[in-house]
Design a protein around this ligand. Structure first.
Ligand code: UTP
Length: 287
């Protein structure tokens, strides 16, 4: 069993990014010159994924356009001698990937979004990447999860430690046995209050899930906000199967929030050799 399929839920309304997200999906907002969603797609492909299933909405056409090969602009670039730009326009790594687009008609939550992938995934185990979370590390976040999955064949979720005062914004695990490589998840709760949080270990946007999650998603009720929560389905999965967590080693930017988005932009600008010196000067001047 190998992880070859990944689900990227991109149907959310992106309300925290209005008005930018009114006509442009928030997943298409760029960090420097690359849309957020492309960072996640590249992470998936580099981890061995060859089928990518976007859970999207009909008005988010630009995501499909972005991953389709654009031969017209390619030939124009070649004619005008800008061959070096062709790799940016139509990256080679996309050529062997199958992209699927499934519409989620109503935004009924992350769990509902993932359930929409069942007809394509069927009974295979699969990865989930939330493009809002941007990860940077030598071995990518998804590859770290797949390493554990390959050994244990269990669901593995990425987690990181969070300041307790921010814990109410995340899914939080109750850790069981801890080894060097993974933590056994005893329980998981969505957005607990400070005092009810079972730990300071929060779920971040990468998962490897066994296909049995679909049955648990189907049995999950809507929460008080009318959403089907993936966290609730994982909570139910834990009763049947081992679920592991991987304390992610690397950097993480929460680009679903303005603060995280700007943080990622500054961090990446300072690493981009073509602009880093100028940006340093600009930041010094501003301060
Ligand atoms: P978020 O809650 O972070 O995204 O969902 P959002 O709802 O778009 O943003 P805000 O809170 O309104 O600002 C996490 C991920 O799940 C997807 C989102 O697109 C995002 O990638 N999602 C969420 C869906 O695909 N469908 C949903 O019904 C809800």
């Amino acid at each position: 069993k190998m992880i070859k399929k990944a689900v990227l839920p991109v149907a959310g309304l992106g309300t925290r990014f209005l008005p930018a997200s009114k006509a442009t999906p928030k997943e298409m907002l760029p960090i420097i010159d690359k849309p957020l969603v492309q960072y996640a797609v590249e992470e998936a492909i580099n981890a061995g994924i060859n089928e990518i299933i976007f859970i999207t909405s009909p008005e988010k056409n630009s995501i499909k356009n972005h991953f389709d090969k654009n031969e017209e602009i390619e030939s124009r670039l070649i004619k005008s001698g800008k061959d070096d730009m062709v790799k940016k326009l139509n990256p080679d790594i996309f050529s062997n990937i199958t992209f699927y687009y499934v519409n989620q008609e109503t935004q009924n939550g992350l769990g509902d979004a993932i359930l929409h992938a069942e007809s394509i995934i069927k009974n295979e185990d699969f990865a989930v990447l939330l493009p809002d979370d941007l990860f940077f590390s030598k071995r990518s976040c998804l590859s770290q999860l797949i390493d554990i999955y390959n050994e244990k064949k269990s669901s593995v979720i990425a987690v990181n430690k969070i300041d307790k005062e921010n814990i109410h914004k995340y899914g939080v695990i109750k850790p069981g046995k801890v080894s060097d490589v993974f933590i056994n998840v005893q329980d998981i709760v969505e957005k607990p209050s400070y005092k009810d949080a079972p730990s300071d270990i929060a779920v971040c946007g990468r998962y490897v899930l066994t296909s049995s999650i679909f049955n648990h998603l189907k049995a999950t009720d809507f929460d008080k906000n009318g959403e089907i929560q993936l966290t609730d389905a994982i909570r139910s999965l834990i009763k049947d199967e081992e679920v592991l967590a991987c304390l992610y080693k690397g950097e993480k930017f929460d680009c679903g929030s303005k603060k995280g988005f700007v943080h990622a932009t500054i961090a990446l600008a300072l690493r981009d050799e073509s602009i880093s010196e100028d940006i340093k000067k600009i930041i010094k001047d501003i301060i």
